[in-house]
Design a protein around this ligand. Sequence first.
Ligand SMILES: Cc1cc2nc3c(=O)[nH]c(=O)nc-3n(C[C@H](O)[C@H](O)[C@H](O)COP(=O)(O)OP(=O)(O)OC[C@H]3O[C@@H](n4cnc5c(N)ncnc54)[C@H](O)[C@@H]3O)c2cc1C
Length: 465
Amino acid sequence: MKSIWKSEVELPKRPALPGNLKVQNVVIGAGMAGILTAWFLQRKGQEVIVVEADRIAGGQTGNTTAKITSQHGLFYDRMIRLVGRKQARLYAEANEHAIHLFEKIIKAENISCQFEKKPAFLYTVSEDGIEKLRKEMEAARSLGIDAVWIDGNRMSMASADEKVRQIKELPFAIKAEVCFPNQAQFHPLEFIAHLAKELVVYEHTKVLSVKKNMVYTDKGQIEADHIIFATHYPITNVPGFYFLRQHQERSYVLALADQEQLSGMYYGIDKGGLSLRSAGDFLLLGGGGHRTGKCKCKQKKNELFGYSFLREQAKLYYPDADIACEWSAQDCMPHDDIPFIGKYSVFRKNWYVATGFKKWGMTSSMIAAQIISNHICQTTEVEKNIFSPQRILFLAGIKNFLIDVWESVAGLVKGLFAPKERRCRHMGCMLDWNPEESTWECSCHGTGYYEDGRLKDNPAQMNLK
Ligand SMILES: Cc1cc2nc3c(=O)[nH]c(=O)nc-3n(C[C@H](O)[C@H](O)[C@H](O)COP(=O)(O)OP(=O)(O)OC[C@H]3O[C@@H](n4cnc5c(N)ncnc54)[C@H](O)[C@@H]3O)c2cc1C
């Protein structure tokens, strides 16, 4: 089913690449990262085109929940322990600055995209979660984020009247919350539609391969000084080796109709925690996620996941609500939780990448757009930042790296014995059936295919045989 964003906004169609071209910059992928990067480059006086295999925002960006926030789950406490306070502060500052930039652009360009400043709340419903939340708040505060502690009955924040209103806001008992003030939410497609107006975008133009400064598409070839891979998952395995550095996770969203507006955005830190935000009269309920291609594990444990999980939660907490629509998306999860933004590889001086947004791709896309456009325009040194893909894997990532190696080896071995039509076109791993989506998914790197074998999500680029 279409997301509410896609149902509400029909973007004007763009032509396919008309033939061979030579340009200064080509951006591959017209999601949030690609469109923002192209927009910044053009603003800085660069010649730029965007090539998109499908439609603008037809990928994960069309299926996001579009919170613009520096609050990325239970994150900062762990990050400080693993990479140090200085690096964690750079991450926090970059994300806070990205929120500010969204606001600045939206005001300056007068973009009507339902942009609203709202607080973001991390919440826990368990006793165990209280201590974790407290540590997260202290960590965030130590990095300059003005995080506020709120106990179970919100006494520390609300006046008497407000307290009644806010207690009613979520229909389940909360033990504690941490609030990040001055965060935001918006309509991602209204925003993208506006920025894309000024850009040259070729839709239905699929990049088949990239060699040095040549981009080969199914509609012609492009010679470019700079090539930016904003394809969500990098489409070229070598060099870069991003398939060894991240996996994908899928999450699901329900839009409940005719609900009261929430005063904030919410994210539960406990197992089965929900993500909530309002969008007009809709309440968006997110969760039920899993590693892409690993539904069988959930089924074996008799655990509800995906839409079934969310429908159950909706029935419990919003029994009278109508489900207006439901959809899902997936994102790349780097081993050390830090996106890869910068040079694609030391062996390709003019290739750039933006990936690994770990389900926080709004601020990450803005950061990517700045870092990459600044570097191309030679105003900053791209490698001197925490997001550099050339960083040495932080200790944080070693456990995840080993899990991924295990998953990949297992998937590849199973793939050797699987029938051809059950083998992923990326590297040959065996595919797993996702009954919630009626799709085939790869647990190694997260490619997805529709039931009839058509490609749904990359990194693979071809339909099933
Ligand atoms: C359920 C869910 C909820 C989320 N909610 C939030 C949120 O509230 N806040 C937040 O910050 N983040 C959120 N995220 C994350 C965020 O949505 C993503 O990180 C972000 O949209 C990724 O943008 P992108 O431009 O990198 O990728 P995409 O939007 O997927 O764009 C990549 C584009 O590249 C194109 N492409 C791929 N291969 C080729 C090729 N060979 N040739 C040409 N084009 C190609 C694709 O068609 C696609 O259009 C969420 C993620 C999920 C899964």
